[in-house]
Design a protein around this ligand. Structure first.
Ligand code: GUN
Length: 293
């Protein structure tokens, strides 16, 4: 049976470090890290994520600000808010929750966030730094940064000689994950919905990272025996066993059968998810430290 990689324990350790750093920054130089989270519209799942981000920011001792804008917010209004947050010295990190309602274009909004406050690592400046191997001076997307910490727990920091396969090519996850694995010396394949023989590609992986948004798509036959399987999926599915109309969160990996083949595996929930929030806090405290020099 595979080693279960506990993301809650790893995230707690990051949160403790961040909380200590925030307290030291405030008592030492009077800088209280500030995180602004912006959400547009009424999607209940997005509201739940955003609430947990704001709550964790408070717990870490940050100045935590949430802007909940109505569904009918215009592009201009949203970009005006971002520009005010860019200019606000009490705010060190800005996160605009995605996806935005259909009438809004996310790319201009994301690119209008000041790179030094872009705690999602989505601005072209931060994405470009990661792509060119500068892991130190920018901000790195939270979910891949958190997933890498979990991978490092099994393989150490140097992934030389290991084949890594990332399924999914989003700007938020797949691309930065591939860049991080490459910077750690892994041999990286990016697979996606148009790839031929996805199971065959995945069976080559010593490290298999799934971010496809399809429940239980990765089956045991896709997993090389002994591989590390990292499940980034957060899919809400019906859970009749919990009662009529109830739902639960499940991953992109068919957990039980893959755990029987893998060497190590992240569960959903309790794997990569808690790391995303922890790394958001870490990025915010780093951004706050940099304002001090
Ligand atoms: N929606 C789902 N995950 C994320 C995330 O990490 N950042 C943002 N901005 N939106 C998301």
């Amino acid at each position: 049976m595979a080693t279960i990689i506990d993301g809650k324990v790893a995230a707690q350790s990051v949160i403790e470090t961040v909380t200590r750093a925030a307290a030291a920054l405030e008592s030492g130089v009077g800088v209280k890290p500030g995180l602004a989270v912006v959400i547009v519209g009424n999607d209940p799942a997005s509201h739940a994520y955003v609430n947990s981000k704001s709550k964790m920011a408070k717990q870490c001792g940050f100045n935590s600000v949430q802007h909940s804008l109505p569904e009918e917010t215009t592009q201009e209004e949203l970009e005006k808010l971002v520009s005010e947050l860019n200019a606000d010295p009490a705010i060190h990190g800005i996160l605009v929750q995605l996806p935005l309602p259909k009438h809004l274009k996310s790319e201009p909004v994301i690119q209008s966030i000041a790179p030094e406050k872009d705690v999602d690592g989505l601005n072209v400046v931060n994405a470009g730094k990661l792509a060119t191997g500068d892991l130190a001076s920018g901000l790195i997307s939270c979910t891949p940064a958190g997933a890498l910490i979990l991978i490092n727990k099994i393989h150490g920091a140097d992934l030389s000689g290991l084949n890594a396969v990332v399924i999914g090519r989003s700007n938020l996850f797949g691309k930065p994950m591939a860049m991080l694995l490459l910077s750690s010396n892994a041999t990286v394949t990016m697979a996606h919905s148009r790839s031929k023989d996805l199971p065959g590609i995945c069976r080559q992986a010593d490290i298999l990272v799934a971010a496809v948004g399809r429940p239980h798509m990765v089956r045991a036959g896709w997993v090389k025996p002994g591989a590390t399987v990292v499940d980034v999926g957060i899919n809400r599915v019906p859970a009749p066993e919990k009662g009529e109309g109830k739902t639960k969160i499940t991953g992109d990996v068919a957990y039980e059968e893959c755990a029987a083949v893998a060497g190590a595996i992240t569960p959903v929930p309790g794997g990569v998810g808690p790391m995303t929030i922890a790394m958001l806090m870490a990025n915010t405290v780093v951004a706050a430290c940099r304002t001090f020099g």
